[in-house]
Design a protein around this ligand. Sequence first.
Ligand SMILES: [Zn+2]
Length: 356
Amino acid sequence: MKNLIVQKMKLAGLVLGMGMAFISCEKNPITLVLHSPIYPSGSQAVTYTAERVTDGSINTAKLYETVNTINSSGTITSAGTETLLQTWNNPGGDLSFVKPNGHGDNKLVTYRWVFTTPDQTKSFKVTYATRPYAVSGMPAPVYAQGDPDDVFDLVLIPDTDITNLNTFYNHCSGVIRESFFDEPHTRYWRRQYNFYINTERGHATDYDSRDVDGPHQLPSNNANLSFAEGRALMHQNDLRDWASGGVFSSEMQNRGTVMHEAGHALYDLADEYGSGSHWQEDEVPNNWSSLANAQAAASGYGNCKETSDAVEMGSSGWYHLCVSNCQMVTTGLNHTEYDCPCKSRITYVVFDNASN
Ligand SMILES: [Zn+2]
């Protein structure tokens, strides 16, 4: 078992060592495929978009859709066939297609984009449920791409303090597009995420009021969420947010807080500010327990880090190598970026998650 872990670490290290060569495997244009609303009712129109976030030619784009009917156990009772919705030849700009009449109740919809570019053909396949979700007690997939055993599963849970669920749904879409699909490293790994919306609500408590208010209050179906690496309590009121055991809280509009807390919940990244939570992971850490350890690690990130980048975080007695605005330093409305040591840990956990 230990050997396997070491092999995986080496694999991750090899990938990281290749740096830009590996990153460039996806040829331009980088495209982000999304649907809106993210969690449509059975009667709502759905808009599919392919957003070009880097320049580059597309020779052909095709959009397909499959609509399955499911029952309350999640069994497919009527399987749809994949249908071509539209073909674009030599399109410019962003692409969109509107499915005007909704898909009906108790549906699981899968859409697939295929882009043929001068350099490669790539496809993206996404599954979402219509609202209300047919499967009782389970979170609705709203942007699912892979086997839950192989990718990160993040369940977005509405807090009891949210007054308008449509606002919450819009922010769930924002978590996908404006956090995970916007920060460069998680965008690079964007196929490695499944996002869900929970029907049952939870309630986040303030980190500084835990003595009085206790821990985060979990939704009544929490036992059904154990498959998910991350459970996010998305709330409306201002709190000091925190993460524990894969559960974290965030103001629903705060793209930076989500990325920071997901850093803890999904990748076991430690805090990089002086008064935070510090520990040193056995493999690919982002905190070190001594200056010497941090300095020794600096050479593991190519040209990204030097020995002199190792600094103490406040007067914590712990050390890091990342820049002062690394996402594990900051929270708030806007995300920053994960610096090299954090990126390396994320890549390591992506491989570990996919191969376990
Ligand atoms: Zn960092």
